[in-house]
Design a protein around this ligand. Sequence first.
Ligand SMILES: Cc1ncc(COP(=O)(O)O)c(C=O)c1O
Length: 393
Amino acid sequence: MNNKNIPLSVPNFPGNERKYVDDAIASTWVSTAGPLIPKFEKAMADYMGCEHVVATNSGTSALHISLIDAGIGPGDEVIAASLTFIAAVNPIRFCGAEPVFVDCDEYFCMDPDSVQYFIDNYCEMQGGNLINKTTGAHVKAMIPVHVFGNMANMERLMDIAEKYNLIVVEDATESVGTFVTEGRYKGKHLGTIGHYGALSFNGNKVMTTGGGGMAICHDDVVRHHMAILTEEAQDMSKKEDNLLFIHTEVGYNYRMNNIAAALGLAQLESLEKFVKTKNENYRLYCQHLNGKNGLRLIPYTPGIRSSMWFYSLYLEDCKISRNELMEKLAERKIQSRPIWMLNPDQAPYKNSLCMPLPNARNYVDKIVNIPCSSNLTAEDVKIVCDEILDLTK
Ligand SMILES: Cc1ncc(COP(=O)(O)O)c(C=O)c1O
């Protein structure tokens, strides 16, 4: 039986992390005013091939400022994902708006058919706006999530958005390093396709700044507004506001700090290496497990170079239950976790409007996420697979 602790997903600091953080501390620039924050923004923008980004203190705050800039407020509805982390939904409520939950596709991402079902069965166009006939609300936006490093079907979702005048806020918090290799959006990084995008650099993500995020948009005015929102809505570019503490609206303390940016700059230098390891380990898991004991790894969306953030083992026809497998793996020092409980089943959203969820409900108790850290070795993968095969035989 295995004796080595194998965690699910831990940060990996193989390069200049300590040096850049030490330098930031030595400079005494540790808060949101430091020079490494714009430097990190420029480096990420160059990496993703986009121009307009705002570094934030979390992915959640990046989503929130995107929705504020998009004008989402009370009386509005936003089409939201059922099978994802709840942070992709809560910012809708921060704005006083309501989510409408739709199903996922075979890659856990927002299903365009389910979005269309909602529109066809509940909505009508009135004066260029999509109106929910049952609630009278203006359906103003959708938040597709690129779950686990997959890609939502952006071609179809963007077509739907254009037809019904919807704003698209891409939640790319789980897919940093993932870009499109085929089709209409070939070459684009996830998060740069919709009207807004959000990234996360939380501790368990492909690359980390400790805690942090980034909002992506497509013009100077929007970028300027979102940047101001992260700093209590004080417009430091105007000399008089800078001196007199003039605040143009309700703002937030959402800016990334300089130490986080230092960490981010070092992590970005290793990102491609992390993605390579994660891709290699995914292939090893597939070789060891696919088709054995009623198990298979869920594939990533075709037509992308995925960062493969999290691996999803599907217990299709397995002798033991998902929860039993997780408990037994923990006894053998291997950390795993279930996929999230569905958002419409969570306390804050029990009364929210929800479309039928055949796919999400099928996945919810059959998926287990298995170790996927970017420093996981081929030997570690073999140990995890041997234990899984032993427990499911
Ligand atoms: C789908 C999704 N949305 C939003 C977030 C929020 O990101 P953060 O933890 O950086 O606030 C996360 C991550 O943790 C996430 O997985």
